[in-house]
Design a protein. Structure first.
Length: 552
């Protein structure tokens, strides 16, 4: 078994890229509200007490509906969809408390000496919800479906993610052999893929009309019914391969898009738990936890980052002086205090605490009005133009308030920033189509940093900043093939520093996801893993539901 250290269907190009951006954990609004980043202290977190009790039901408030369905190879899942998927499907690997990707549905995942061939041995006796067996053939078909090499499925996003896979073959009833084009030490991370790489039953995989809504996995819960924009209910899988799990009999998922409505529903008892990254709601939940009304489980590590996405392919941000001017103009401490009640942590780069590549100080530009004015003057001297740009954001009040404060800061150093409100789907389309100068954004949740390759390499269609940086390409390629964890750490720290020096993105704060529950609900982070290790402490990719239990 190898542990990574923690830290061909053809479609139109636009359709492929649109799907891949929607594949982001949550993107399209970097400042304030649900999309503001941050990674604060663990304040408000409560530890579970007592022995788990079997039985009972919980109602889970999600921030969105996954209306496009859960045909996983073709799905466009943000965190709410991932959370539902983790109830119904198992992944081949899973991260543990140290961020190592350990076997889960697989019994072992083992590389050859050069890390370009991986042998996956499956657990024996595992069954899907329809009674069919988990076999090497089904797993091969899933892998081929995700990478666009299975006739019955047409993936839109994973084609790019799994492009490094050369061949997938079976080598016995429970053994799959994957050969890669280049050495790929981080391959086990891609068998979890931020919770998205669930293994579907053959019947779902081959369904011509209902792959998206007739969901069949090996997971701890089975689908009962799904009414779009109302609820999705799952029941306990009585034949689950992990003995004694899950504890709950039933979970009902309800999409509640407004964070404050989710908090109110938890207070009233309408729901039993919720997930949330809204900074103001986080503050309210902490107060409720301090009063003993709710329990709050926070995850300051392995966070995604909120930021100002800059288009380095068009003026003014094709000029580094413009990027530096904007970076030095932003008073992140004031933004965090006013818009986030100061509970979040300013980001030093895309890699949050706990993640490989994290650095407390990357050299990212600090708030400095004098330097900002200096770079404005340099930009105007070089180009003969005034530093002026449009910043796109969603029309949510929190997003508008954030953008308005940015506007004031830019004007204070002699620049000009106009605000343009755009619905999230259109904002994504604008990023794909190179139709923006700056935009609020959130992306890059924790996990192996090679998972970010597709977002930053100059050859990728979802490098939204449109930067073509040979040094970043070199570091991404070296990080992908390097097997030594210590050397990989240095490579990704260097990548972090390169982002800081070139300011392709302007980092705001790291996200602070939490799962708040009624005081009688426990086990949010999941049960111990099959190898005896503890579950992953991050929440940006949802969380395991095997360990949830309710006091009797």
């Amino acid at each position: 078994m190898y542990r990574t250290c923690r830290r061909r269907a053809r479609l139109s190009g636009f359709a492929v890229v649109l799907a891949l951006v929607l594949f982001a954990a949550a993107c399209g609004d970097g400042g304030g509200g649900d999309s503001a980043g941050g990674g604060g202290s663990g304040g408000g977190t409560t530890a579970d007490v007592g022995e788990p009790v079997d039985g009972g039901k919980v109602v889970y408030g999600l921030e969105a509906e996954s209306s496009n369905g859960l045909c996983l190879a073709e799905a466009q899942l943000a965190i709410s969809g991932i959370q539902v998927a983790r109830a119904i499907y198992d992944t081949l690997t899973i991260p543990n408390a140290d961020g190592e990707y350990v076997p889960y549905l697989a019994k072992s995942v083992t590389p050859n000496a050069t890390f370009d061939e991986w042998t996956i041995v499956l657990r024996d006796g595992v069954k899907f919800h329809d009674g069919s067996d988990l076999t090497a053939e089904v797993v091969k078909n899933n892998l081929d479906a995700y990478r666009g090499q299975y006739a019955n499925r047409s993936p839109l996003l994973f084609i790019f993610v799994y492009d490094n896979i050369d061949t997938v073959e079976t080598a016995g009833p429970l053994t799959v052999v994957v050969k890669t084009k280049k050495p790929w030490p981080a391959f086990p991370a891609f068998l979890f893929m931020n919770g998205r790489f669930g293994v579907m039953a053959q019947a779902q995989l081959d369904s011509p009309d209902h792959c998206a809504d007739e969901l069949i996995g090996t997971g701890p819960f089975e689908l009962v019914d799904w009414k779009i924009n109302d609820h999705l209910t799952v029941k306990k899988n009585p034949d689950y391969w992990q003995a004694g799990l899950p504890h709950l009999d039933e979970i009902e998922f309800r999409p509640i898009s407004e964070a404050e409505q989710r908090v109110s529903a938890l207070q009233s008892g309408e729901i039993n738990l919720l997930h949330n990254a809204n900074a103001l709601a986080n503050s309210e939940l902490r107060d409720l936890a301090a009063a003993g009304d709710v329990s709050v489980n926070e995850a300051p590590e392995y966070a995604e980052v909120g930021y100002e996405l800059l288009n380095a392919n068009v003026p003014p941000f094709d000029n580094i002086n413009a990027r530096l001017a904007f970076a030095h103009a932003i008073d992140r401490d004031t933004l965090n205090e006013v818009r986030n009640k100061g509970i979040l942590t300013n980001a030093s780069g895309p890699f949050a605490p706990g993640s490989m590549g994290y650095l407390e100080d990357t050299g990212y530009p600090k708030y400095d009005v004098a330097k900002a004015k200096e770079y404005v003057a340099k930009y105007e001297a070089e180009t003969g133009k005034k530093l002026s740009f449009i910043h796109k954001t969603t029309p949510a009040p929190e997003s508008m308030a954030w953008a308005t404060m940015l506007q004031q800061m830019v004007e204070a150093v002699g620049g000009s920033m106009k605000i343009q409100t755009t619905e999230q789907s259109q904002l994504i389309s604008d990023a794909i189509g190179n139709n923006f100068q700056a935009a609020g954004w959130r992306l890059h949740p924790g996990g192996d940093p090679d998972l970010q390759y597709v977002w930053w390499h100059s050859g990728s269609p979802v490098n939204f900043g449109k930067f073509a940086d040979p040094e970043i390409d070199r570091l991404l390629e070296e990080g992908r093939v390097e097997p030594d964890p210590a050397k990989r750490e240095v490579i990704y720290q260097d990548l972090n520093k390169r982002f800081a020096s070139q300011v392709y993105d302007l980092w705001d704060q790291w996200s602070l996801w939490n799962v708040a529950t009624a005081t009688d609900v426990h086990g949010v982070f999941g049960a111990d893993l099959p190898d005896g290790s503890k579950p992953f402490p991050g929440l940006a990719d949802g969380h395991a539901l095997t360990g949830l239990w309710v006091e009797g």
